[in-house]
Design a protein around this ligand. Structure first.
Ligand code: HEM
Length: 238
């Protein structure tokens, strides 16, 4: 599952990207808490072992339409969303005005200067990220595992150290980050659970980046949903 050359990874990355641009989609409100813990453990195991290829199948093991209560048990989904936002932040540049004279890495910045902070470059800095330009959701799984045994979450440290900044940072950081993340997870999870995605006219998604302030895809993603599981059948099981 390493690298942007991986078909499935790239497909999902593009799909996640697409979901990011559909942030207005509403999410279903969860009313049921189905404690199928064993099934969730199996799903999680499969998801971790086989990566994205099995994600849809793992979801089917849940035997119900995935909802918010399942999201904490889907580490690979978290990892894919995180990695996609790392490589393709929706807002690659943010701007600040300096309130006083300062210096950044030895460069003097005069009071009232306007500076652009390159989030895109920070998220791909090879000093902070191994194989920085590659799509490797697994890098976040390692940290989830570390977290599970009670050590500090390295990715949280990266957020604190401003190495991972898809939502900007500081006082003017994105105030919708939590909402965005939860919408992304649930929308992506349900899209994967219920549909196979066929890419129009290609086997692989072309992730080449085009020109523009938001660094859009050079070749916009067009894909067709093919029913894997009927969502209303899953809802009836609930
Ligand atoms: C994946 C989805 C999203 C991404 C990647 C994203 C990213 C960002 C970034 C990079 C900034 C600039 C932060 C900075 O200057 O340091 C920002 C600002 C902001 N975002 Fe988001 N955002 C997302 C979704 C949302 C949503 C869903 C909402 C609201 C419901 C939202 C509300 C805001 C607001 C109000 C600001 C301005 C904050 C300020 O200037 O104080 N964002 N966002």
């Amino acid at each position: 599952m390493n690298g942007e050359g991986c078909d499935v990874g790239v497909e999902f990355m593009a799909l996640t990207n697409n979901v990011i641009s559909m942030m207005t989609m509403s999410t279903r409100c969860s009313t049921n808490v189905d404690e199928t813990a064993q099934i969730r453990k199996i799903a999680r195991g499969i998801t971790q072992l086989s990566g994205l290829l099995s994600l849809g199948e793992a979801f089917i093991l849940l035997k119900k339409l995935v909802d918010e209560s399942d999201i904490p048990n889907l580490p690979y989904l978290h990892a894919v969303v995180k990695e996609t936002l790392r490589l393709h932040p929706s807002l690659p540049l943010v701007f600040r005005k300096c309130r006083e004279d300062c210096s950044i890495k030895g460069f003097p910045i005069a009071k009232n200067s306007r500076i652009a902070v390159n989030l895109y470059a920070i998220n791909r800095d090879p000093n902070d990220w191994e194989d920085a330009a590659e799509f490797k959701p697994e890098r976040f799984l390692i940290n989830i595992a570390i977290n599970a045994i009670g050590h500090a979450d390295q990715e949280d440290m990266k957020v604190q150290n401003y190495c991972y900044v898809p939502f900007g940072g500081g006082r003017r950081g994105c105030s919708g980050a939590n909402l965005a993340i939860s919408l992304l997870h649930i929308t992506l999870a349900a899209s994967i659970q219920c549909f196979h995605w066929k890419i129009k006219g290609a086997e692989k998604v072309d992730m080449e980046e085009g020109a523009g302030f938001s660094v859009p895809m050079a070749h916009p993603l067009v894909c067709y949903p093919i029913l894997r599981v009927n969502p209303s059948d899953l809802l009836m099981i609930n």
